[in-house]
Structure formats: C-alpha cells, structure tokens
Design a protein around this ligand. Structure first.
Ligand code: SF4
Length: 251
C-alpha cells in the first residue's frame, strides 16, 4: 500500500502504435514540490512495477519544463494538462496518467500531434514575407489589438483544447480550436491581414469552423488561458461577412 512517502501511479501504456494498451502501476518515492515529470523520472530511474517486477521504462515527451513548449500534454486524473506544471501535491491518488486520446499513440505517453500542424499549414498560420532583402520595420499594431493578440500568441500547440473538444476525434475532420484561434491572430496583424480572406476561406471548408459545436470545453482546459471561445465567435462573424461579400460580388 502507498504511504505518505510514496506516490501511487497508474499509467496507461502501449508498446507501439499497433499494440494494445494496458495499465501498469508504480509506487515512487515522494518528495515535496514534485511534478508529474519528476514522478515519471523516478519510474525511469527504477523501472519496477507495483508487483516488484522489472519492466520497461515509461516513455514520454517533454522539453522546456516551464509550460511553453506544449510537448508534455497528458490526461492526468481525467483532465488534459501539462505534466510539467501539474504538481503531485495538488492531485488525488492514485494518479492516473494516460496519453491524449485525440492523437495516435506512438509509445506509452508519446502521441503524434501532426494533425494540429497540418491544420496550421491549411489555415496559413504565418505571415509570408520576402526575406531576401531588408524590408524595414513593419507596420505598428494598435496597442489595444496588440494586447489581446499577445494572449493568442501564447498558444503552444499542446493539443489540450483538441482533447477536451467533443467534436475532435478520429472520425471527425474538425481542426479544433487552436488552429482557428491562430487565424484570428494572424488576421489581426497588419501584414498578416493581406492573406485574411484566404485564411477565412480555409476555415469555411471541411473540418472548419462550422464543425464547432460550441461546447466551450476548450477554454476551460487551455493551460495558457487563451480566450478560445471569443476567437471562435469572432471568426463566425468573419465567415458570415465573407459569405455575404462573396454572394454580392463585393470582392
Ligand atoms: Fe494548448 Fe491552449 Fe493552444 Fe489549445 S489553444 S493548443 S490548449 S495552448
């Protein structure tokens, strides 16, 4: 049985993309101020399961350890979140750790978030500029716009909002809230606005904004507190305006 000096982990594991998932339990030594990553590192150091049997080390992905890179997303006690900023002291035990279910599992807790990156490409979530010569300073953004745009720019493509969204799944082409919010961000930029209509058209097609069911789960789980539902409402208006202009031949 776990005592106050042990942490009880139940981890959903999978050997590779094709094999069946299973659960393995571990007790790891407790220290104050541990996060999920440090608990997983204890398993990696001493890969022996709850039954005292030697096992393979658990595999996960992490880079920055300060909630910026978005790579350590996992479902922890039922909630999608970042393993680096999830503290053991704030969790009920046993602690259940699973890979994000929205993305294909590569191994154990590592998933392939490629569908998010494909969506960012689809909506042109960048500002194309000719970098072959000095273009001089770009246009300035109004301070009020800069403030909310900065909040949207904090997206780290972690995938927690896609995991929480009931409309993002293996059967649905819905790109999810994060790429949509990036459309709002890049369309707000004075230079990015040159490709505003292309981005709006990209989110009007299959997997775009009309697949959003307005469940509002995304905004609840975003670790960066990005106002995703505000972005979605804004884009809905933009799509309507774009449709009217196209219908009346205003382009
Ligand atoms: Fe993660 Fe938030 Fe970006 Fe979604 S919007 S990918 S939850 S940082």
């Amino acid at each position: 049985m776990p005592s106050h000096d042990k942490i009880h982990l139940i981890i959903r594991r999978q050997k590779d993309a094709a094999s069946a998932p299973y659960h393995e339990e571990f007790y790891v030594p407790y220290r104050t101020n541990m996060n999920i990553i440090s608990a997983l590192m204890e398993v990696q150091k001493h890969p022996v399961n709850r039954n005292g049997e030697g096992t393979t080390p658990v595999i996960w992905e992490s880079v920055c350890l300060e909630e910026v890179c978005g790579s350590c997303s996992m479902v922890i006690n039922g909630k999608p979140r970042q393993a680096c900023s999830t503290l053991i002291d704030q969790l009920e035990q046993p602690i259940r750790i699973e890979p994000l279910s929205t993305f294909p599992v590569v191994r154990d807790l590592v998933v392939d978030r490629q569908r998010m990156f494909d969506s960012l490409k689809k909506v042109k979530a960048w500002i194309p500029i000719d970098g072959t010569h000095d273009l001089g300073p770009g246009p300035r953004m109004a301070e009020k716009t800069r403030q909310w745009a900065y909040e949207l720019s904090k997206c780290m493509t972690c995938g927690c909002c896609l995991e929480a969204c009931p409309n993002v799944n293996h059967q649905s082409p819905f790109m999810g809230p994060a790429p949509l919010s990036q459309v709002r961000l890049f369309n707000a930029h004075p230079t990015g606005a040159m490709h505003k209509e292309e981005r709006i058209e990209a989110i009007m097609g299959e997997g775009g904004i009309t697949t959003c069911g307005n469940s509002q789960n995304c905004v609840e789980v975003c670790p960066k507190g990005i106002p995703l539902t505000t972005s979605l409402a804004h884009l809905n208006r933009q799509v309507t305006i774009h449709s009217f202009k196209a219908f009346f031949g205003s382009y």
